[in-house]
Design a protein around this ligand. Structure first.
Ligand code: AMP
Ligand code: MG
Length: 689
């Protein structure tokens, strides 16, 4: 981001109203750079762009500088509205050194080519310049608008015709366009200028405006406002998701150009919202010992040691289903906004007494979207349709099925209470009311409610990036040929589907052989690309259990021996800042551990609230006795209102997982279940929420 200036060299000591620039990457800004004059600034921009280009990076260069003049100017001057050709026109005529430039003289020469007086004004020099008035009101008949549509869209912006005086921008525009023209030449082929050209090149130039986030600039610690501005805007734009940036850039190309982010301060603020810190290295450290950790203790540990790790984004309500709300949503207006009718019928001032009521009808009607604007006198009625606003004088509606209408009179039998069949303004939602709190995973019904409350966009958490990988020399990908000694990798596609359905951004990290170096590389890649890694296999303490061996070296490792069946140890650790869940290799154990432990943990990391699975108490269709000291999860489904369990409890039997629609949970104490006893059933479906 570059804050340009039209003045002369400002000296060695950093000062305000000079040129300031700042480079940021993914929301992290380098120190703002003070550039005392335009020549140094242009050099710095060229060097920086060359370096970033060599590094293969994409760069958005934002200038707080009008890229164009109001419609008609270019045509009069160069014969067409070709803005980029106009830049070249200026480049050929502007002379510029650190101590002097010809901007006032050039403005006078340009004015001479227009009828009347103007459009440029404010001669900042002592000597008079032909055709350049000192006062704005001396101008007349030059035939050009004062501002571009883009300038009108940013409140407080100045007209590019004013060359000098407090806040003026006209001087820096004349002194900036030649520099922009030279950048285009210099980086020809890899640079485009938005919105005059499609922004599909490595380097994109765009006009911005640094005065929208005033409160954030004021709160920034840098003593010089211009430095705070370039730093804040660089952080904001560089932190935007490609989608969010595409929304800002999606405007029709006009020769007048546009200000990137005009009217979109909320999107900029959302991009500046801090990403939460990563999880601590010791988040999985549980007291170790000979004892087997009860399920509830393991869950309590996860609940208290995990937190949200994702940043935020603003998205349209229509795209929000399945996303996690990052900020409370507040109704923008009451629902319904005005009292209206709940039925088709006739409205009047209630109540209606017992017996026959006959009310003359006023002429006209009130329909949804076409309310009756007049007043209904007491003792009269009006035709009204469902959803139509109640006209003044109406508070009660009689159902059309209950009336007869004859010769302009509506008749019906009372009594009817005052307010019958009418909806009050705000009876559903009040303006300003919090309708959903942060952490909520937005449902389709929520989308409807938010829309009804006049909310067009919501701030949501970025999708949690969940990497899935498998380990084991014996594994082959489904569809490949396999020998008898090999099995197909069932866990990776199964876990990927599970977390995809839960609304996460699943990244397939592949399959590792039982080889420590390869697995290490995979964890490196995964940690760089994901917020959390879900691995299966190799999680115990055997010779080929490389996952636990590698995690053990990070110093963050914990092997959780949980008192449950199915399940062997869970290997938990933090690899380069990214938590890793090492699930057992047996598909049934992998699935159960994913549902019971990874599922609530990931919810919290994604910004949702901690949740317990819903337990439906249903009669058992089976009998079983279990011993004390561990929790058991059985594959189960509901048949004729009773919970059936899968014939075999073998942990390798994937078919039973598919057969089941959920799990029966048998608590830790020893117990004997008889047919008909109530047992807790956990539906797989409830793990999607
Ligand atoms: P491990 O935890 O690596 O000792 O594996 C335990 C059992 O689960 C072994 O029988 C493995 O072959 C099996 N297994 C491990 N990973 C997978 C997988 N991704 N898909 C299917 N079975 C697996
Ligand atoms: Mg293995």
């Amino acid at each position: 981001m570059v804050d340009w200036s039209g003045g002369n060299d400002r000296g060695a000591k950093p000062v305000k109203d000079a040129i300031w620039a700042c480079l940021a990457t993914k929301g992290i800004a380098e120190a703002p750079v003070y550039l005392r004059n335009r020549q140094l600034a242009e050099d710095w921009i060229i060097q920086t762009l060359s370096r970033l280009q060599a590094e293969g990076r994409r760069v958005l260069v934002g200038f707080d500088l009008c890229f164009a003049y109001p419609t008609g100017f270019a045509t009069q001057l160069i014969g067409s509205e070709d803005t980029l050709a106009l830049w070249d026109w200026f480049a050929a005529r502007v002379t510029d050194t650190p101590d002097s430039n010809n901007r006032f003289d050039l403005a006078g020469e340009i004015n001479a080519q227009f009828p009347g007086v103007g459009p440029f004004w404010f001669n900042g020099l002592k000597r008079d310049i032909d055709h350049l008035p000192r006062k704005g009101n001396a101008r007349r008949d030059h035939g050009l608008p004062e501002k571009r549509a883009a300038d009108i869209a940013v409140p407080g912006s100045f007209s590019p015709w004013q060359l000098a005086g407090a806040g003026a921008v006209g001087g820096q525009v004349i002194m900036g366009l030649p520099m922009l023209a030279r950048l285009r030449q210099r980086f020809a082929g890899t640079l485009r200028v938005w919105p005059f050209e499609a922004p599909d090149a490595q380097i994109v130039l765009a006009e911005t405006y640094f005065s929208t986030l005033r409160e954030l600039v004021a709160a920034d610690p840098h003593p010089i406002r211009d430095a705070s501005q370039v730093s804040l805007y660089a952080r904001a734009f560089s932190n935007m998701s490609p989608d969010a940036l595409a929304v800002l850039m999606d405007i029709p190309a006009t020769p007048e150009g546009w200000v990137l982010g005009a009217g979109k301060a909320d999107a900029l603020r959302a991009a500046l919202a801090p990403t939460p810190p990563p999880l601590k290295n010791d988040c999985f450290a549980m007291p170790q010992g000979a004892h087997w950790t009860p399920v509830d203790e393991a869950l309590a540990h996860l609940q208290s040691h995990l937190h949200c790790v994702t940043g935020t984004d603003d998205i349209a309500v229509g795209d929000a289903a399945g996303r996690v709300l990052a900020r409370d949503a507040t109704a923008q207006r009451a629902h319904p906004p005005a009292p209206n009718s709940a039925v088709d019928g006739y409205g009047f001032a209630g109540p209606a007494p017992e017996g026959l009521n006959s009310l003359p009808l006023v002429i006209g009607r009130s329909a949804a979207g076409a309310p009756f604007e007049g007043t209904v006198p007491k003792g009269q009625a009006i035709r009204i349709l469902t959803g139509a606003n109640l006209p003044t004088g109406v508070d009660t509606v009689v159902l059309q099925e209950d009336v007869t209408v004859d010769a302009g009179v509506v008749s019906f039998y009372g009594p009817l209470k005052k307010g019958a069949n009418a909806r009050d303004a705000g009876e559903d939602m009040q303006a300003g009311q919090t309708v959903l709190t942060k952490g909520r995973k937005i449902t389709p019904a929520d989308v409807g409610m938010l829309a009804a409350a006049g909310i067009g966009a919501v701030t949501v958490r970025n999708r949690l990036r969940v990497g899935v990988l498998s380990t084991g020399d014996e594994l082959r990908d489904p569809g490949d040929t396999a020998t008898d000694g090999q099995i197909y990798d069932a866990n990776r596609p199964m876990l990927a589907a599970l977390f995809d359905q839960a609304g996460y951004d699943v990244i397939d990290l592949g399959r590792a052989p039982d080889n420590r170096a390869v697995l290490r590389d995979m964890l490196d890649t995964g940690a760089a690309r994901c917020d959390v890694i879900i691995a299966s296999g190799g999680a115990s303490a055997g010779d080929e259990d490389h996952m636990s061996a590698l995690l053990a070296n990070t110093g963050s490792f914990a092997l959780w021996r949980i008192a449950m069946k199915p399940g062997r140890p869970l290997a938990l650790g933090v690899w380069d800042g990214t938590p890793v869940f090492g699930l057992p290799g047996n598909p049934v154990a992998a699935m159960v551990c994913a549902l019971i432990f990874a599922h609530p943990a990931l919810r919290v990391m994604a910004g949702s609230t901690w949740s317990e699975p819903v337990r439906y108490m249903l009669p058992a269709g089976f009998s079983k006795s279990k011993k004390e000291g561990r929790r058991e999860y059985l594959r189960a489904r509901i048949t004729d209102g009773k919970v059936e369990t899968f014939a075999s409890e073998g942990s390798g039997r994937v078919s039973g997982l598919s057969w089941a629609t959920g799990l029966v949970e048998l608590s830790d104490p020893a117990q004997t279940i008889q047919k008909g006893d109530l047992v807790p059933f956990l539906s797989f479906k409830s793990f999607d929420a």
